[in-house]
Design a protein around this ligand. Structure first.
Ligand SMILES: *Cc1c(COP(=O)(O)O)cnc(C)c1O
Length: 388
């Protein structure tokens, strides 16, 4: 292995590059989690999280991955045998379905082709057909990280309301929170699920549930077994800036810093930057003469782009080459997309020149792997960056 000069480019759609400021914040001594200094930290951070979720309500924070936060949302609101409607947007939607099934829930999965967003009209139809109101919750992945497709949560809320259906709305914002607009309160979301290692620019290790009043009420009657994930003791301890168990103190130092960074740039500016970078990336892909996986013009993800590699070529070979030669990590094809797509992550801490460097690395990798591409792809991307 030659020495990999320069900084590693972690351009997978999570974990994302952790900013220097956040790394420095994490590198502080761990303190007594029952002492006054910790209480100040937790109180500050738990309050500062709320606007990022678009809520004035509580955000339950776990030492966990995103998968843990999925489980927490289900076990706090549902009972054994409950029916749940889920929408197959891609690999993460099916993983969440599998988790729900293993907890003893009955899941109806609306089939999808992994190239389109969840369709509110189909959801409205399914809910309207459930006249007995047996469906207790609807599970939707806001930004499907396996495909680069973003689903319209506000329109899905309207579809539920128009069907006059009482189902809870559970939304996975793992790869959208802090990068793509999400409004927990305004859009009537009951549980917003997220975690630390994507748009929040932190290492893995923090899971989140933003919780509506309706979801808190459901938690009083839910009968799935829960202990570690139970919202109630956590919310009670949080009142005093504490947790019922040892919290991940150093990640909370990091979170305080990353929330400060998002506030300094301004959330609207952060969202606009991600949209612009996504547009530049799509311009590169189309300029190369390749195809973006997402087929809905209004559903292109602002945080990642999945690129179809032409028939007869292996996307993972391109990725391996790019890593080996250019010290740049790209996302692999997940589930049924294995070998077919490579995913370019453009979320978290990312400036224009870092994106241009990433896209240059992808172009070089494609060329070296023998994939026929038009080298004008990079120029097309740079034009988008220059225009804004
Ligand atoms: C990354 C991701 C997850 C899983 O998060 P883990 O931290 O790996 O458990 C879930 N949903 C989406 C949309 C993701 O992008």
């Amino acid at each position: 292995m030659p020495y990999p000069a320069g900084r590693h480019y972690l351009q997978i759609p999570g974990p994302t590059n952790v900013p220097e400021r956040v790394l420095r914040a994490i590198a502080a001594p761990t303190i007594d989690h029952r002492g006054p200094e910790f209480a100040t930290l937790a109180t500050e951070v738990l309050a500062a999280l709320r606007p990022v979720f678009g809520t004035t309500g509580p955000v339950v924070t776990y030492p966990s991955s995103g998968t843990g936060a999925w489980e927490a949302a289900l076990v706090n609101t549902l009972s054994p045998g409950d029916r749940v409607l889920a929408y197959e947007t891609g690999h993460f939607a099916t993983l969440w379905r599998d988790l729900a099934v293993s907890l003893g829930l009955r899941v109806d999965l609306v089939p999808g082709d992994w190239r389109h967003a969840a369709d509110p009209a189909v959801i409205a139809e399914r809910l309207a057909a459930d006249t007995a109101h047996e469906i207790r919750a609807l599970c939707v992945v806001h930004n499907e990280t396996s495909t680069g497709v973003t689903s319209p949560v506000a329109a899905i809320r309207r579809a539920i309301d128009e069907a006059g259906h009482p189902a809870l709305l559970l939304v996975d914002t793992v790869s959208s929170l802090g990068s793509i607009d999400h409004r927990h309160d305004e859009w009537g979301v009951d549980v917003t699920i997220s975690c630390s290692q994507k748009g929040l620019m932190l290492p893995p290790g923090l899971g989140f549930n933003a919780v509506s009043e309706k979801a808190l009420l459901a938690a009083e009657n839910a009968r799935l077994p829960r202990s570690y994930w139970d919202w109630r003791p956590i919310l009670a301890a949080n009142e005093r800036g504490h947790f019922p168990y040892t919290p991940p103190t150093n990640l909370l130092y990091g979170l305080r810093e990353s929330l400060a960074m998002l506030a300094e740039e301004g959330l609207d500016q952060v969202f606009a930057r991600h949209r612009r970078h996504a547009e530049a990336t799509r311009s590169a892909v189309r300029g190369w003469g390749l195809e973006v996986l997402c087929l809905d013009e209004h559903a292109h993800s602002a945080t990642l782009t999945a690129v179809l590699v032409p028939e007869g070529h292996d996307a993972d070979k391109v990725r391996a080459l790019v890593l080996d030669r250019f010290n740049l990590s790209l996302g692999t094809g997940l589930g049924r997309l294995a070998g077919r797509v490579l995913r370019i992550g453009h979320l978290g801490e990312l400036g224009d020149v870092s994106l241009a460097g990433t896209l240059s690395g992808v172009q070089l990798g494609l060329e070296l792997a023998g994939v026929p591409v038009d080298p004008g792809g990079i120029t097309a991307a740079l034009r988008v960056l220059a225009a804004a």
